[in-house]
Design a protein around this ligand. Structure first.
Ligand SMILES: [Zn+2]
Length: 450
């Protein structure tokens, strides 16, 4: 490990004691024999279920309704006896899901547009070093904890947030390209700094990174090759992946996670599926009757987060669909594998000037006031105009003010190039029940060429 990385970890550990030890533990877990992992997982599941039953009003009520007691969870298979948690359950029982053992100030509120355009809120405990799972995942790609990183992501408007972020990452550097609006000038400046910084890791929204790689290839720009490119939010298409690999001459890794539960799974260098983090999460794939799918069959993803004892998420249906993959991986990791999650695609929004707005950023539009809407979708029409469609939450008083400020934010990123409207609907329907919630009706030239 480099001196800089050791310094980063040491500093992190001062802020959150136990972080280094936890990271080491996760590294040890990733190659444990199956029986040992299963024993560890059962212990964590039982602990979570006990906390859920004895410390939260919601699970006490639900367990009692079906006559279930924590002692009934005697093996990993018995997880199927536990009730499922839908997004609606989560929204309607938000306060009853908080453990009576924790103080609010020890929790981080996380809000998300999620994968279906229905905003939800969850709490994460501050005490858990969630970054340990991130560091472990990056170690598979040859990246040290806290390495310099270039990222195409959303910039925080709040100065305090930005300062906090740079303090957390010190002594390592973060180079950011604001994905809320990427134009030629910003892309050129970013690539110049990228070539100077030479970071081992390039990270970002899949769609925005794809736009950047097209720009690099179209203009024949010489760029630094990082060790790894890590895409997040939407899955990459094979065409996008090859383009990114070619533009930066680097390996591209897919990672799967959601705001409710960060870091669920990631690709290893063998790139034959994503290893899911079975020592800290339980993932199930369920058929339409919510029974476990046979291996390899696609079903609804249900997540149980062993790390969150403050706001238990047990068998949480996050709206994604996926499937398990059989057999061990040649890389030596014993963590099980799943296929790429293909459900949640978001389109890139394009402006007449050539600038782009990352569709994945659009999914966060209501993060500040998730209660203002029941559902939302962003549509870019063929004439480039942008329409924000919302199903208002009539119980939320200031919704009109929130709607106008969200519209203004999009107007700002579109820099008055196109009209931006917000329309109200009683429901939003998707094809086949699946709602794509950032949709562009403008044909994608590069996708056709691939
Ligand atoms: Zn592997």
């Amino acid at each position: 490990m480099s001196f800089k990385s050791a310094l980063f970890l040491w500093k992190y550990n001062v802020g959150k004691p136990g972080s280094i030890q936890y990271f080491r533990q996760l590294l040890a877990n990733q190659t444990l024999p199956q029986e040992e992992t299963d024993a560890l997982r059962l212990k964590k599941l039982q602990q979570l279920v006990r906390v859920a039953y004895h410390k939260t009003k919601y699970y006490k009520r639900r367990f009692d309704e079906i006559g279930l007691h924590p002692e009934d969870i005697t093996s990993l298979d018995t997880v199927t006896a536990l009730p499922l948690l839908t997004r609606q359950d989560l929204t309607e029982n938000f306060n009853d899901l908080i453990s009576s053992d924790v103080e609010r100030k020890s929790l981080n509120l996380v809000t998300t547009g999620g994968s279906t355009g229905v905003p939800v809120k969850v709490y994460h405990p501050r005490s858990v070093c969630r970054a340990a799972a991130l560091w472990r995942m990056q170690s598979w790609w040859g990246i040290e904890p806290g390495a310099d990183i270039a990222t195409v992501y959303r910039e925080s408007d709040a100065l305090a947030q930005r300062i906090k972020k740079s303090l957390v990452s010190w002594p390592n550097r973060i180079l950011l390209l604001d994905a809320r609006r990427v134009d030629e000038k910003a892309a050129r400046r970013f690539l110049r700094k990228f070539n100077r910084l030479r970071p081992p890791l390039l990270h970002g929204y899949a769609g925005a990174l794809d736009a950047l790689s097209s720009y690099v290839l179209d203009h024949g720009i010489d760029v630094w090759s990082p060790k790894a490119i890590w895409t997040t939010s939407s899955p990459l298409t094979r065409v996008q992946e090859l383009r990114l690999q070619q533009a930066f001459n680097a390996s591209v890794y897919d990672q799967y996670g959601c705001c409710e539960v960060y870091y669920l799974a990631a690709e290893c260098p063998k790139k034959t599926g994503l290893h899911w983090f079975s020592d800290i999460r339980h993932i199930e794939f369920l058929d339409d009757s919510y029974h476990p799918c046979p291996e390899g069959v696609v079903g609804s993803v249900a997540i149980t987060d062993f790390e969150n004892l403050a706001f238990p998420l047990i068998r949480y249906l996050n709206g994604d669909r996926g499937r398990s993959m059989p057999g061990p991986c040649a890389c030596g990791l014993t963590l099980p594998r799943m296929d790429k999650v293909r459900g949640r695609t978001t389109d890139l929004l394009r402006l007449p000037s050539g600038a782009v707005i990352a569709g994945d950023y659009m999914t966060t539009l209501f993060d500040a006031e998730p209660d203002a809407v029941r559902q939302f979708r962003v549509v870019q029409h063929k004439d480039y105009s942008i329409e924000i469609q919302v199903v208002p939450n009539c119980a939320f008083e200031n919704r009109d003010t929130v709607f106008e400020s969200v519209r203004q934010v999009v107007v700002k990123h579109a820099a008055d190039e196109v009209p931006v409207t917000l329309t109200r609907h009683s429901s939003l329907e998707g094809k086949g029940g699946k709602l794509r919630y950032v949709v562009s009706e403008i044909p994608d030239k590069s996708e056709r060429a691939g």
